[in-house]
Design a protein around this ligand. Structure first.
Ligand code: ADP
Ligand code: MG
Length: 195
């Protein structure tokens, strides 16, 4: 097993005007390269908090998190479609590389080939407004993959979509992540029928 993250006895308290909230109570977890981990739970049970801590956006209160290397790279994909409407699909997918200032011809071609491979060929130079909800999330995933992260964190990537699209897209996202041999944690609060 090739362990890439080890979480031991993680706890997280939030403090605000309402007092103290225990958001994560003693979680331990090992993540191996190539794992696809699903975290399922009701609203408010601490799922987003866990991802935010792993991404370094929130601090932990107690416990240990060990990454297997320095400069461990996190790809964080949010619940809502967060594509920039004024950028084309391709320009959206290149934004991470632009921010990192690591864009090369090869990396750009790799992004284009991912878009082509996953059914977005005709939309490469279109704007997000011309995409369906499911397509937007596929673009968001490819944008996250573009920086070649060590792990993908997906926070309820299906939740803004209708039931049928959720079913199709959960298959699509799973296939893309497996095919690209990525490690992922996907958070979701429901799997089954709509309420
Ligand atoms: N920034 C914050 N300040 C105070 N409480 C928070 C904050 N973020 C989340 N919480 C609380 O922590 C708990 C877990 O929240 P969250 O991780 O967002 O749950 P989930 O993603 O599973 O719905 C909830 O009780 C929530 O109200
Ligand atoms: Mg959440």
């Amino acid at each position: 097993m090739n362990k890439i993250i080890e979480i031991k006895n993680l706890r997280k308290y939030y403090h605000d005007k309402n007092g103290e909230t225990l958001a994560i109570d003693n979680i331990s977890l090992e993540i191996n390269k190539g794992d696809f981990i699903s975290i399922i739970g009701t609203s408010g049970c601490g799922k987003s908090t866990l991802l935010s801590i792993l991404a370094g956006l929130e601090t932990k209160s107690e416990g240990i998190i060990k990454y297997n290397k320095k400069n461990f790279k996190i790809g964080y994909m949010l619940q809502k479609d967060s594509l920039f409407p004024w950028r084309t699909v391709l320009e959206n997918c290149l934004i991470g590389l632009e921010i990192e200032k690591t864009i090369t011809k090869e990396k750009k071609e790799k992004v284009i080939s991912l878009l082509e491979k996953y059914g977005l060929k005709e939309f490469i130079n279109k704007y997000p407004s011309s995409l369906s909800g499911g397509m937007k999330q596929r673009v968001a995933l490819i944008r996250t993959l573009a920086i070649n992260p060590d792990i993908l964190l997906l926070d309820e990537p299906l939740s803004a979509l209708d039931y049928q699209t959720r079913l199709t897209l959960s298959d699509d996202l799973y296939k893309i992540i497996k095919e690209e041999k990525k490690t992922a944690i996907m958070v979701t609060h429901d799997l089954g029928e709509p309420k």
